[in-house]
Ligand binder design. Sequence first.
Ligand SMILES: Cc1cc2nc3c(=O)[nH]c(=O)nc-3n(C[C@H](O)[C@H](O)[C@H](O)COP(=O)(O)OP(=O)(O)OC[C@H]3O[C@@H](n4cnc5c(N)ncnc54)[C@H](O)[C@@H]3O)c2cc1C
Length: 423
Amino acid sequence: MYDVIIVGAGVSGVTFASKISKYAKTLLIEAQDYQKEIPIRTNIFPEHNKPFIKEELDWNNKKIFPHPHTTSNYMSDEFNGVIDSKEFGIPLGNISYTENLIQHLINQFESQGGIFKSNERISKINRHNDHLEIINLKGESYNSKLLVLATGSRGFELQRSLGFGAPDSYAGVYLHLFGDESKINENLDYNYSFHINPKISINGPFFFNKGVERISAGYLGEKHQSKEEIISKLEKILKNYKPIQSIVNGLSYNISDAVVGEISKHPIKKYSDDRVLILGEAAGIVSAFFYEGLLPGVACADIAANTLKPLFEKGSDFSGTELQKYDKEVNRVLMTYFKNGNAFEYLIYNESSSVKNLWRLYTKLLSENRTCRKYIYEAYINHDLSKHKVANDRYVGEKLFGMLPTLSKVSLSPKFLKAMFLL
Ligand SMILES: Cc1cc2nc3c(=O)[nH]c(=O)nc-3n(C[C@H](O)[C@H](O)[C@H](O)COP(=O)(O)OP(=O)(O)OC[C@H]3O[C@@H](n4cnc5c(N)ncnc54)[C@H](O)[C@@H]3O)c2cc1C
């Protein structure tokens, strides 16, 4: 009998595994074959993630964090709204080679006695009075006092079978482009570029994340968009879309390496029940506008470990009532910050003809208004997001509204009012 079984070895699952294995006999199971390869991912890892994983990581480890994240460009076809950390202080965070981060946390987990099995898909879970039975595709089963689902957007059937909801999910695609370090730096000034064009997607950004000898490029598309369609559109964008040609030129890539996957948002109602917790993206805890999912992954893992430690110590039976503390803490820590994503999602991710113009004005606002830039900087580096200042988001919203031409002010004021109400 295990104390804990974790299904899913993405950032949420491995962070939690490396924390809980200090106190509990833990099994971590992953469907993908990590012995062959952990798929490469070049991600933005903001400073505000760090308090949740400070004991497990060394920020100077260049294999995991090849360089600091100093510049973000909120980019339209006309303006670069650049947040440059040098204007205000410390870096915005790090760029992470997330495959190395995951491997590092698995090593730590195993060195603490945890057992890791990859290339094994869990297909069924049976509830018993005093434990859960977790069954893989081959019909082999494991027993555990507690189950933690960290299955991202790929385990909705499992969570539904236990009576949980499933979040909204959208297709996303990314691809790595390669070049030597000097070429990468010549082509791209910014660590992170975030671009909205409704012709690319009405649900999410097109982005570039810059590593050392690689750049990750991709976009977040429609619900249920097919793999062929989303990859073929990415190829056309990389080949023909004018605003990004100077970034792509001279870099090598193979479109058949593009990775397509679902990404979720809009949190489900509850993340815990008797003997079960759900972490990170599986619970839809991804910020609605920026699609920031590493923060919720590490935050849920930390909060879950802190909730469970005293329960293990007192020999708890992990009742739903005891585990509710996890839900409350996740909501307390993350949901104030998430409000700005909800408001922005409502304003920008839709089919209205005003979207392109609104995004252009937003990027202009950032390029001109130091206070707006400073407020975004402060959100990046805030080590206590439960105290995120919603008033700062309101200020940015009001300034954006103020930039609209008179006629647009009249037509868009109900939309802005509702967005402000979401803050
Ligand atoms: C294109 C793209 C770019 C992104 N960039 C960023 C970024 O720069 N910064 C950021 O903060 N966020 C980013 N995100 C979001 C972020 O990457 C994710 O939200 C986050 O990694 C989710 O972590 P997770 O551990 O919760 O889920 P996942 O990483 O999806 O891990 C879940 C794991 O569970 C396994 N699994 C599922 N079902 C089973 C099963 N039945 N049995 C066994 N194993 C199973 C899966 O194989 C998977 O490995 C991006 C997302 C996309 C799509």
